[in-house]
Design a protein around this ligand. Structure first.
Ligand code: ADP
Length: 476
């Protein structure tokens, strides 16, 4: 005999209603007392639905079974692995049991992958499903990086020997030369849905409508209702026959902003449907955004934070810290980062190893590592200045996608790294300042990395230093 259960939860201005018939979730809904489409509330709703289920199943009978019985239920398929958190009401126990079930199914051991020492509740409904443990990545600190008169200690998570040592050397050269300067050129996350019409003429009608400056204010007010932080900046379209790609750009406060911009886009599409009822929404993302794929649109237009960062490295510092000379660096940069990359048909890859630094800082600070693809777009320029004695070096990076709230940023270790940089969480005085500061630090760290690796190559030291730091004796 099944029982009907209703759970009502209050979170801020919202009321959540979750109804079960037996163990099955049959209905869930939420009611907002004021701002119905608030982004924060929607996120809390998703998390809360998962948590309500979790709380409800705390009473499930499986919870009272011993580990062996639960493992057997998972291995036989009787209990789905994904339901363990809600069935057991204990995220840590769920991870341990799932891990044992996986080992049994695979006939292989997961020894070496730690399961203890992690807060599994912190990822529930947010960061990772079906957890069985966590991968350990060492974190090193490069710096101090002197950027715009402030010192930063830069956390980098990596298993590539030499990377920290090299970036640290670059930081030292920049510090000894008086520091780096950064400029934020743009700050806007993008999303581009694809919509289809019966004719190219109709697709063009919508393009002209959304790109008409007189319509911008109306569309922006519809878009901005999605969140306190989302602010529409521009809309640009591309047409392929009768298909229209509408690239929305908006500021997103301290969030990296993918969820936020998607919600705003959805609001505008609903609004447009009144005047364009023949519009067929094919996908909320039509790849003209473009997220996690190499694409010229990001390289040219920018995505997330567009930053340029520069420094003048004194001749003496080039000699003593970087162990090379200005002329060799300038020549190498021209033939490798500019000409060599052009010969290779590079897309945003006019640099020595920007992605090394971007990925390591992203992993340490809870960014989405898949966005390393476009975030690493970078052109490194080097020029002899001050009568050819000193080196002007710069990195221009149009698509640094970072946030200090949301995603993996709130997890304990990633949050500690953000804290070290002084950019943890939301900036209360000026929303978005923490994320913008983080983007500048990423660019400055790339500047340091470029300086050091280019110097090692110019001095013919690359292979020697990698043999020393990147290979353990075990390999020999
Ligand atoms: P993303 O859009 O990057 O995927 P989320 O969906 O996690 O990120 O959205 C960020 C959440 O953090 C939203 O619910 C937003 O209302 C909240 N938030 C709180 N303070 C800020 C802030 N200063 N900037 C941006 N978002 C903030």
């Amino acid at each position: 005999m099944f029982e009907m259960t209703a759970i009502i939860t209050f979170v801020g201005s919202c009321i959540y209603l979750v109804v079960y018939f037996g163990n099955t979730l049959v209905h869930h809904t939420h009611y907002f007392s004021d701002e119905d489409e608030d982004d924060e509330s929607a996120q809390e709703f998703t998390t809360n639905t998962v948590r309500c289920e979790y709380e409800y199943h705390r009473a499930s009978s499986l919870k009272r079974e011993g580990d062996e019985a639960v493992i057997r239920a998972v291995v036989s398929g009787e209990t789905p692995s994904y339901s363990l958190e809600s069935e057991l009401g204990d995220c840590k126990r769920a991870a341990v049991i799932r891990r044992m079930a996986v080992e049994r199914i695979a006939g292989k051991s997961l020894d070496g992958l730690p399961v203890d020492g992690f807060d599994y509740e912190s990822i529930l409904g947010r960061c990772c499903e079906m957890a069985v443990g966590y991968v350990q990545i060492p974190v090193g600190i490069a710096g101090p990086m002197l950027l715009d008169g402030k010192e930063f200690l830069v956390p980098m998570a990596t298993t590539e020997g030499c990377l920290l040592a090299s970036t640290n050397r670059g930081c030292k050269a920049i510090y000894a030369s008086g520091g780096a300067t950064g400029v934020l050129l743009k700050d806007g996350m993008t999303r581009a849905p694809v919509v289809r019409f019966g004719t190219a003429r109709r697709a063009a009608d919508l393009k002209f409508f959304v790109e008409e400056p007189r319509n911008f204010e109306t569309l922006a007010s519809v878009f901005n209702k999605s969140s306190r932080f989302a602010r529409l900046q521009s809309i640009r379209c591309a047409i392929a026959g009768k298909n229209l790609y509408i690239r929305f750009t908006c500021s997103t406060g301290d969030a990296m902003g993918m969820n936020m911009v998607s919600k705003g886009v959805q609001n505008v599409l609903e609004y447009l449907r009144a005047d364009f009822p023949d519009m067929d929404l094919i996908g909320i993302s039509g790849n003209y955004c473009s997220d996690k794929k190499p694409a010229a649109v990001n390289w040219i237009e920018g995505r997330g934070k567009s930053v340029v960062c520069e420094a003048i490295i004194k001749e003496e510092v080039v000699k003593t810290v970087l162990k090379t000379n200005v002329a060799s660096l300038v020549e190498l940069n021209m033939l490798k980062n500019l000409t060599g990359s052009a010969m290779a048909g590079a897309l945003g890859g006019f640099n020595a190893h920007a992605s090394n630094i971007v990925s390591a800082v992203y992993l340490a600070t809870g960014q989405d590592p898949a966005q390393n693809v476009e975030s690493s777009h970078c052109i490194t320029m080097m020029e002899a200045v001050n009568d050819g004695n000193d080196l002007h070096v710069s990195v221009t990076m149009p698509s640094i996608e970072v946030g200090t709230v949301g995603g993996g940023t709130q997890l304990a270790s990633q949050s500690a790294c953000l804290n070290l940089l002084g950019v943890k969480g939301a900036n209360k005085e000026s929303a978005g300042s923490n994320a913008r500061q983080l983007a500048m630090v990423v660019a400055a760290a790339v500047l340091a990395g470029e300086l050091s690796l280019m110097s090692a190559i110019a001095a013919g030291q690359l292979v020697k230093s990698h043999m020393k730091y990147n290979r353990s004796n075990k390999d020999n």
